[in-house]
Design a protein around this ligand. Sequence first.
Ligand SMILES: C[S@@+](CC[C@H](N)C(=O)[O-])C[C@H]1O[C@@H](n2cnc3c(N)ncnc32)[C@H](O)[C@@H]1O
Length: 282
Amino acid sequence: MNYRHAFHAGNHADVLKHLTLSRILALLGKKEAPFAYLDSHAGVGLYDLQGDQASRTGEYLEGIARLWHRDDLPPALADYLRVVDELNPDGELRYYPGSPELARCLSRPQDRLHVNEKHPEDGRLLKDNMALDRRVAVHLGEGWHLARALLPTAEKRVLMLIDPPFEQADDLERCVQSLNEAIGRMRQAIVVIWYPIKDQRQLKRFYQLLAASNAPKLLRAELYVHPVDNPLGLNGSGLAIANPPWGLEAELLEWLPWLAKQLAQSQGSWQLDWVIEEKKPA
Ligand SMILES: C[S@@+](CC[C@H](N)C(=O)[O-])C[C@H]1O[C@@H](n2cnc3c(N)ncnc32)[C@H](O)[C@@H]1O
């Protein structure tokens, strides 16, 4: 386990993932009934962008820093940027929320959070960062077992994020296995898989597995900062969203093209489509 998210915190991929999470949380929050948030690969929860790891790569400069303190942002970004603002009350961009902190800030007293991190040091930091909030249970186990261990929850509504480091060759397959396990246990669960856009051959196989998954419906949102076939590094990232809440697709259509322009490096673009369309009764 060499991956440390601190090197990448606040980059273009985090912006896509965290902004989309913030919108799903807002849509879930429209109904009073509680929901459970599950994060299988949670990271430390809070990142210091001026710390050794984040400042060594400076990836956030081409991510959150491009949006920070602008006054021409689409309204959909308000919740996400409010969380970042609240972490930086003196107006300098220093702290950045990981997915557990974002979900913690954008959930309500009746909601419950289960966040899991396997790396012992990151797990300890995550525990410290979540310690003051009694709604959050921190688990230090195997992320691939989380759906099996916790679903179904007492809460009828669930949002699960699957965001592994993709250090292992079979991580894309394991994401789909986890998705199938989650949906098998709670058919209505919203499951979000984050994935890197690098190797087109691997992605093709991943899309096939997604299409054959047991998700009742599955939306795919992708944001590219380089041309898709650029042979170097991370060209963009995507989110496979099972059971997206009503309204999310329309929202994404509004702000994803805008975001692709703001975060473009050599060339920005985006894609939004259904991998599995909702099956309508005959
Ligand atoms: C991409 S980062 C998570 C970022 C976080 N979800 C966010 O958005 O702020 C992936 C995390 O998974 C952890 N990890 C790696 N293998 C794991 C496993 N098998 N189970 C649980 N966590 C794991 C890594 O230590 C790392 O912190």
